[in-house]
Structure formats: C-alpha cells, structure tokens
Design a protein around this ligand. Sequence first.
Ligand code: CAA
Ligand code: NAD
Length: 281
Amino acid sequence: MTTIGVLGCGLMGAGIAQASAAAGFRTVVLEVDDATLARGLARIEKFLAGGVEKGKMTADEKARILANLSGTTSYDDLRDCGLVIEAIVEQVEAKRTAYARVEAVVGPDCLIATNTSSLCVTELAATTRRPDRFGGLHFFNPVPLMKLVEVIRAQTTSAATHDALLGVARAMGKEPVSAPDRGGFIVNRLLIPYLLDAIRCLEQGLGTVEDIDAAMKLGCGYPMGPFTLLDFVGLDTTYFIADILFDEFREARFAPPPLLKRMVLAGQLGRKSGRGFYTYA
Ligand code: CAA
Ligand code: NAD
C-alpha cells in the first residue's frame, strides 16, 4: 500500500492526512470545496511549522511530509489508493454517498476505513459493495499527538483487512488496539459516562467547573479536567455520541444530562463556538 486517501480535511481528517504523509504514504486528502480544503491544509502546515519551532522536526522533514501530501476536491484523484480513510461529518447518509463515490474510482482491493466515533461500523460496511474490505480506524484528537488508534472489526471485516489496518496504524507511529464494533468501542464507552457524570455533579452543586477540573487533573493526573475536555471534544459531538450509546444500551449512565442538551441547543458547543463550560477568545 503506497497511496492513502483521506476523506475530509477537518479537525480529524487533517491530523490523519498529516500522520499518513509523515509515515511516508503518498496521501491524497479530499474536501468538499477549495476554500475548506485550503483551511484544512493550512491547519497541517501550521502544526508542522509549530513542530519545527519547538525543535520536534527539521524544516527538511516538514518539507518531506508536505511533499507526500496533496489536496483535491475530485474523487478521480483517489483512483490509485490502497486504502481510503473517511473522516467526514458523522451522518450515515453522507458517509454512504461518499463510499459510493470512492467505489466508483478505486480498484477492487482498495480498503475503506471509517474514523466514526459512534456509528455502527457494520451498518456503514453494509452500505458498500466491499463489507469484508471495510473496518474502523478510530483516531483521537489531536491526532498528531495522540498515540492510540482503535482498530474496529465490523461483523463482516475479514481477518486480512483487520490485520492490514493494524499494520497501517503501526506504520503511522500509533499504538493500535483492536476493538469490537459495539457502541463507543473501548474509549468512548468508558469516557462518555465519565464526562456525563461530571456534568451531573456540576448540576448537583458538587463543585464549580474550575474546582471539578482541578480535582480530576491534579487528583488523578489526567492531562485535562472533564470540562476542559468536553469543550475540546465539542459538546455537540459528546451529546451525539451519548445519544447513540443510550440508544444501543438503554442504560441511564449514557443518557445526556439536561444541561448538556440545553447548552448544545443554545449553540454553546465548546472551543469551536467560542463558548462552552469556559469562554474562549
Ligand atoms: N509539533 C510537534 N510536537 C508538538 C507540537 C507540534 N506542533 N505541539 C505540541 N507538541 C508536543 C509538545 O512539544 C509536547 O511534547 P513533549 O511532551 O515531548 O514536551 C507534547 O506535544 C504536548 O504538547 P504541549 O505541552 O504543548 O501540550 P499539553 O502538554 O498541554 O498536551 C494534549 C496537549 C496532548 C492535547 C493533552 O492536553 C491531552 O492529552 N489532552 C487530552 C486529550 C484527549 O483526551 N483526547 C481524546 C479526546 S476523545 C476523542 O478524540 C475520541 C472521540 O471519538 C471524541
Ligand atoms: P469536522 O467537522 O472538523 O470535519 C469534517 C470535514 O469533512 C469538514 O471539513 C467537511 O467539509 C468535510 N466533509 C463533509 N462532507 C464531506 C464529503 N462528502 N466529502 C469530503 N469531505 C466532507 O469533523 P471532525 O471532528 O473532523 O469529525 C470527522 C469524523 O471523525 C466524524 O466521523 C467524527 O465522529 C470522527 N471523530 C471525531 C473526533 C473529535 O474529537 N472531533 C474524534 C474521533 C473521531
């Protein structure tokens, strides 16, 4: 496998494309229009420039990574890909349409992987003509700094496909962990109830946002307190994942608390909207 396609150059797609290009794969990242593509590529350039500034890489290494990377808005440019990683909006119908457009141009051996946080990978695989050559590659935000990739085996994923996806994750310098296609996989199944519980604690007056964050950060050695992390992941994303988990398991711990729902309805989505549990300049 020498060429990898990435669908979407947003928060996750840009990081995945960067990790792929840094691993030496020819990487083609696709966006919906030129302006969005330019914003995504600028995000990669900015991160790499930061790396050079911090002494994490040389200017030559940065240039080598960027030389492996090209952006496009045309599915035709994905034709040589051995793997296409999809990181577009979290909607089954949008993903199904994108897979059909990929399948119209790639060869029969090309694998497709989804970076979905919460959708059923088996359902997504079933929308394609290659359910055995389809699986999940679940990266974590911020992709260039987070070592974990959950490699998800759908009901239909072949052993060869699963092994190939584990290999790609390792080649990108990540630590892959195999996870079954069950709501939330491993990380979100454990992380989301913790984040929801933090909101319930706030609603019950257990402490302020700042105090709960400081307690979990300093008391447990977590890099971020739960409210900083909620703002970082996005309150809409958290709400969406919680809803899907609740739908799958029908357990109260996955039910989104009333405050979360109201903040999302009010457009208080965290860092991305400038306001969540904290306010951002
Ligand atoms: N290039 C290269 N290296 C860089 C860099 C760059 N542009 N920017 C930062 N780094 C390096 C730093 O030099 C530093 O390296 P050292 O440890 O060797 O010094 C390291 O990356 C950490 O950077 P910072 O010190 O600037 O930042 P930090 O210590 O505050 O860490 C963080 C930032 C990694 C995001 C940390 O806060 C963290 O791990 N937070 C939790 C994130 C998390 O939980 N993510 C998962 C969310 S859930 C999800 O993604 C799944 C889902 O489905 C929703
Ligand atoms: P985002 O909104 O930042 O980026 C999505 C990008 O996809 C946008 O730039 C959009 O223009 C583009 N896009 C939409 N439809 C497209 C199409 N048909 N073809 C090509 N590009 C298209 O979203 P994100 O946070 O990067 O999430 C992307 C995926 O990654 C979702 O499935 C999400 O669940 C998953 N994910 C998100 C996180 C997170 O913390 N945000 C973590 C892990 C996984």
